[in-house]
Design a protein around this ligand. Structure first.
Ligand code: C5P
Length: 219
């Protein structure tokens, strides 16, 4: 079974997707982490974030892997743990430029489909229901107000020692929404058959249960 969870930055997708996957015993794939890793790679190599050819030359052979851990999921780039590096502001503020490159998207979509091929999976991102897994049995589109999303990101950040003010996060989130929704290839969009969940006034438990109920209806 494939469950696609899409939505804008900070809508709570990753938190919910991870919990749903754990409850169901499915694997979880955080596709945003893959675009973030490509962005870290470009920064480390001093590449321009818009230089598709140079980024692709290195990304093609770049090993990006996930490893479950009690603290969440760890992300590795060529064997190096980049779990924290991919959440730094430099990465967050430039990932939309890298993820808009058509060749980068094609490569990531190919890898994501491969990961989903032989597992029950919960996959979260921006284009999972529309492009990566168009036949997913359940598609969720999560939304929440910019204020709610900035507050959530702030709380997550503080736990990681990142101290960006809420007002800055609101601006960054709105800017990223704008870039992700208006890019030419696979923009952030609700699939016609996706179920929208507005999580602004829901607890995490309520959101998880809503999705589990929907899964049970499908089985
Ligand atoms: O989900 P997260 O906020 O970590 O995603 C980081 C960025 O990666 C998004 O802002 C977007 O530019 C890109 N992304 C994407 N397609 C996906 C997942 C993420 O373009 N499926």
């Amino acid at each position: 079974m494939q469950i696609a969870i899409d939505g804008p930055a900070g809508s709570g997708k990753s938190t919910i997707a991870k919990l749903v996957a754990t409850k169901l015993g499915f694997i979880y794939c955080d596709t945003g982490a893959m675009y973030r890793t490509a962005t870290v790679m470009a920064a480390r190599l001093g590449l321009d974030y818009g230089d598709e050819a140079a980024i692709m030359a290195h990304l093609k052979d770049l090993d990006i892997t996930f490893k479950p851990s009690p603290a969440g999921q760890l992300v590795f780039m060529a064997g190096e743990d980049v779990t924290l590096a991919i959440r730094q502001e430099e990465t967050t503020n430039n990932v939309s430029q890298v993820s808009a490159l058509p060749a980068v998207r094609a490569e990531m979509v190919r890898r994501q489909r491969q990961i989903a091929a032989d597992h029950d999976i919960v996959m979260d991102g921006r284009d999972i229901g529309t492009t990566v897994l168009p036949n997913a049995e359940l598609k969720i589109f999560m939304v929440a107000s910019v204020a709610t999303r900035a507050q959530r990101r702030h709380k997550e950040n503080v736990e990681k020692g990142i101290m960006t003010p809420v007002a800055t996060l609101e601006q960054e989130i709105a800017a990223r929404d704008q870039k992700d929704s208006t890019r030419a290839v696979s923009p952030l969009r609700k699939a016609p058959d996706a179920i929208e969940i507005d999580s602004s006034n829901m607890t995490i438990d309520e959101e998880v249960q809503t999705i589990i109920d929907l899964v049970n209806k499908k089985r």
